[in-house]
Design a protein around this ligand. Structure first.
Ligand code: HEM
Length: 446
């Protein structure tokens, strides 16, 4: 194998980084996008004292990092530390043998017929949202769109995964997590008030999950087969059953990763439809033609090509997981530049999904580009909202059906009247969230 090139990648100097700090704190996604546009597909960021970080934006290099040479690129400590705030050693954070065992145990529960469990939970929980929205519409009462989507997804996911709801513990835990993640950027591991709060809310959530596990262990029927399977998994090194702590980490991980990302996709999709009424009308028409008045089902939500294209386009412009970090174990060459061992690499969906070489008119919402009409051809690895390679999203298939079906049920029944027509800025703290509440009044479609 030829040795990697010694050529250093271009990038901003330390002085500029320091000057840019306020902007980095406020809108790191736009800052990274500007750097890509200024310096190209490999940008060196002189962050650490001993090593640098590299922003990597060429599909060929993304393929190399996530797929071809994935073992050379384990998850980067900064990203791991951030999510360790909540997820411990759950599947998102683990590495090596532990990761392999967890992935092998959980994977079967996220494919094919196993997902029907989510279908049943989705249909009954969406019915509750319909009732709530009808009441709110009658009273002209504005609702917070993001909270509505989070609550719905939380109810669906906890019922499908654990066989029961978890009460109102998850939302405070999430808020505390986001505040602590923000603090961890400037305060590291110092015990700020947000850090102390996140510890408290997570302890409460874990105590509730502990009760769920005890219920499952005592139950004679098996409403939560995934938990049952996890309980009988052996730790790779010791050969002992999974510890209670590890099990709780796994449950918190699945709950948070699964709920947050899908709920945000739905939130941004409603928002984009509001700003593009002609696309919304086209999706409604498709639903009327394909589904008629029969309620769509888990398997019956297929064939909605335009709705699917809209979801893809929402995930392109607002990828909930907008940047993933890795660390090079051995030196490598990316795009002709030297990447020293120990360097962190940043792959940003937000940036690559706006790469002008692969996305004509990148900032526009144009779902039809995903219908593969005309001259547009999707370049592999220029679009990776669910990651790629062995560590790609475990819940991709689930999320895709869940989002499509939720929309297929709610869209023909409601129009959402947005209280403000002002654009909603992004808060890119961990996931890509709306920076301000999006207030809507649901209006029943007669
Ligand atoms: C629109 C919805 C979703 C998006 C955009 C999304 C995105 C992602 C991305 C980008 C990764 C890879 C992160 C990396 O490489 O560092 C990932 C991993 C993961 N996702 Fe998702 N996700 C979604 C829904 C879900 C759902 C519904 C679940 C489960 C209930 C889930 C569970 C996971 C898990 C467990 C991993 C870690 C997999 C591993 O490391 O082996 N995700 N997700």
């Amino acid at each position: 194998m030829k040795p990697p090139s010694r050529q250093a990648a271009p990038g901003p100097r330390v002085g500029r980084l320091i000057r840019d700090l306020p902007r980095i704190a406020r809108e790191p996604h736009r800052w990274l996008l500007d750097l890509r546009n200024e310096y190209g597909d490999v940008v060196r960021l002189p962050f650490g004292a001993r090593s640098s970080a590299y922003l990597i934006s060429h599909p060929r290099d993304i393929h190399r990092i996530l797929t071809h040479r994935w073992k050379n690129y384990p998850k980067a400590p900064l990203f791991r530390r951030l999510s360790q705030l909540g997820f411990g050693r759950g599947l998102v954070n683990s590495e090596g043998d532990l990761w392999q065992t967890q992935r092998r145990t959980l994977q079967p529960f996220f494919h094919g017929a196993e997902l029907e469990r989510f279908g049943q939970a989705l249909e009954s929980e969406t019915a509750r949202t319909i009732d709530r929205w009808n009441q709110a519409g009658d009273l002209r009462c504005p609702l917070d769109l993001e909270s509505e989507m989070l609550d719905l997804l939380m109810r669906i996911t906890s019922r499908a995964l654990f066989g029961r709801g978890l009460g109102d513990l998850v939302r405070p835990a999430r808020q505390a997590f986001l505040a602590a993640a923000r603090d961890s950027l400037w305060a590291g591991r110092l015990p700020t008030p947000a850090w102390i709060k996140v510890r408290r809310t997570h302890a409460q959530l874990r105590a509730r999950m502990h009760e769920v596990l005890a219920d499952v262990a005592a139950a004679t029927t098996q409403p939560a087969p995934m938990l049952h399977a996890l309980r009988h998994t052996r730790e790779p090194r010791s050969g002992l059953p999974m510890s209670e702590d590890q099990l709780l980490d796994e449950m918190v991980t699945l709950l948070f990763t699964g709920v947050e990302t899908s709920a945000l996709t739905l939130t941004w999709l409603w928002y984009l439809m509001e700003r593009h009424p002609e696309e919304q009308t086209r999706a409604r028409r498709e639903l009327e033609n394909r589904v008629g008045h029969a309620p769509p089902t888990w398997n019956g939500a297929e064939g909605l090509d335009f709705l699917e294209a809209m979801i893809h386009e929402a995930l392109r412009l607002y990828p909930p997981s907008w940047a993933n970090g890795r660390q090079a174990k051995a030196a490598d060459e990316l795009g002709g530049y030297y990447i020293p061992a120990g360097s962190r690499v940043i792959l940003s969906q937000y940036v690559v999904h706006r790469h002008p070489d692969y996305w004509p008119d990148p900032e526009s919402f144009r779902p039809s580009r995903f219908l593969h009409q005309g001259r547009f051809r999707l370049e592999p690895f220029s679009y990776f909202p669910f990651g790629a390679g062995p560590r790609h999203c475990l819940g991709q298939e689930l999320a895709e059906v869940e989002i499509r079906l939720t929309m297929a049920i709610l869209l023909p029944r409601f129009r959402l009247r947005f209280v403000s027509s002002d654009p909603v800025p992004i808060d890119p703290m961990v996931t890509l969230r709306p920076r301000r509440p999006i207030k809507v009044v649901p209006e029943a479609v007669s």
